[in-house]
Design a protein around this ligand. Structure first.
Ligand code: FAD
Length: 337
């Protein structure tokens, strides 16, 4: 297999870079996933339409559905450059998921109906897999779809539906055969979102931080309550290790702080011990939120939930009164003395 890019492929990369240089402000740094700002959305939609106009949405699709029939490696190069620049491309579920499924298994009529509007960024899709009680264990979803004459009646609740309130269509997983084994009898529907009976509740998302002990309590509590694949996630070794990591580091931080405080209490030299304790505290302040997030997965991103609150506090704590690097230098100086 040839791993070097050809001259034509390198030229394609340059073409994409030139386009992004022309269309994105310098140092563009925003994430479409989180940003609800109206100006941002207008910009993101306009940008994606320009990508559509280049023919780059649906780059690899057959030409009869609006694609350019280019090879997958060209898509790879395009994706690398878009991601490198954090380009505000919307409708990833449309062209990434719905179009892929339609091209593989759609009828000719479905392809002709749904693919061109996705290519032109006229119809936006969101992903409706996750439910309050069905995350990793998607087969436990409870959304039902029942046939009623020529129609399907779908009832249920979805959560974490990125871009849901902006979308026109939901790529919606629902159980159609309750008698089938749990990994079967599930159908994906293309559900028009804006119709009577569909309502939204916004989830406020945020960047995240927190405080180690509290994060440990939250994580242990959540691991004992959250059920996936028929048992609480705390029974899985991977999740146990995540909680143990927080406990080990939290305890270590506490012991080191107490040792340093004891030296100070006794009027003994404590400079090195104080810095060791603070360096460990900063390490814990990074590790604990990371592990707590892994335990909580999607729900950790909810602003009203305490994980993000204590994660933010940890982030502050990590830097406050000297970060890990600063205290490493003090420790090194004490060792060299
Ligand atoms: C930014 C973001 C955007 C998202 N957008 C969408 C979207 O548009 N549409 C959509 O449908 N969903 C979306 N999701 C939801 C996402 O698909 C879920 O977060 C994911 O499926 C995990 O489910 P959960 O959050 O319920 O975690 P859980 O399934 O509750 O998992 C919690 C913890 O338990 C662990 N665990 C679970 N089962 C096992 C096991 N058997 N063995 C070992 N460990 C296990 C997990 O690894 C994790 O550490 C989004 C999530 C995020 C964070």
């Amino acid at each position: 297999m040839e791993l070097q890019l050809t001259a034509a492929q390198n030229q394609w990369r340059e073409e994409v870079k030139d386009f992004l240089d022309a269309e994105l402000p310098p140092k563009w740094e925003k994430s479409t996933e989180w940003c609800e700002d109206k100006d941002f959305w207008a910009f993101a939609i306009a940008f994606t339409k320009k990508v559509s106009a280049q023919g780059w949405i649906g780059l690899t699709w057959p030409k009869e559905y609006g694609g350019l029939a280019r090879p997958p490696i060209d898509q790879l190069i395009l994706s690398e450059e878009l991601t490198y620049r954090d380009a505000p491309l919307v409708n990833t579920i449309g062209w990434g998921l719905a179009a892929g499924a339609l091209l593989r298994g759609g009828t000719e009529a479905q392809k002709r109906k749904f693919l061109p509007p996705i290519q032109r960024t006229e119809v936006l899709w969101a992903e409706g897999y996750t439910e309050p009680e069905a995350g990793s264990d998607l087969a436990s979803l409870t959304t039902r779809a029942v046939r009623d004459g020529d129609e399907w009646v779908i009832s249920g609740q979805k959560t974490f539906t990125t871009w849901g309130s902006h979308a026109d269509m939901l790529y919606c997983a629902a159980r159609t055969d309750p008698e089938a084994p749990r990994h079967r009898g599930i159908t994906i529907f293309g559900l028009p979102i804006h119709q009577p009976g569909v309502s939204f509740g916004p989830l406020r998302s945020a960047q995240i931080q927190g405080a180690a002990e509290r994060l440990l309590e939250l994580s242990v509590d959540y691991a004992g309550r959250r059920t996936q694949f028929g048992q609480t996630i705390g029974r899985y070794q991977a999740v146990q290790y995540l909680c143990s990591d927080i406990a080990i580091n939290s305890h270590l931080t506490s012991l080191m702080a107490r040792y340093a405080a004891g030296l100070l209490d006794q009027g003994l030299p404590a400079r090195k011990a104080v810095s060791e304790a603070k360096a460990q505290a900063s390490l814990t302040a990074r590790l604990a939120p990371e592990r707590a997030h892994a335990v909580h997965a999607g729900i950790a991103f909810i602003v009203d939930f305490d994980v993000q609150l204590f994660t933010r506090r940890c982030r502050h704590w990590e830097l406050d009164l000297g970060d890990e690097r600063y205290h490493r230098e003090r420790i090194a100086a004490a060792l060299a003395a």
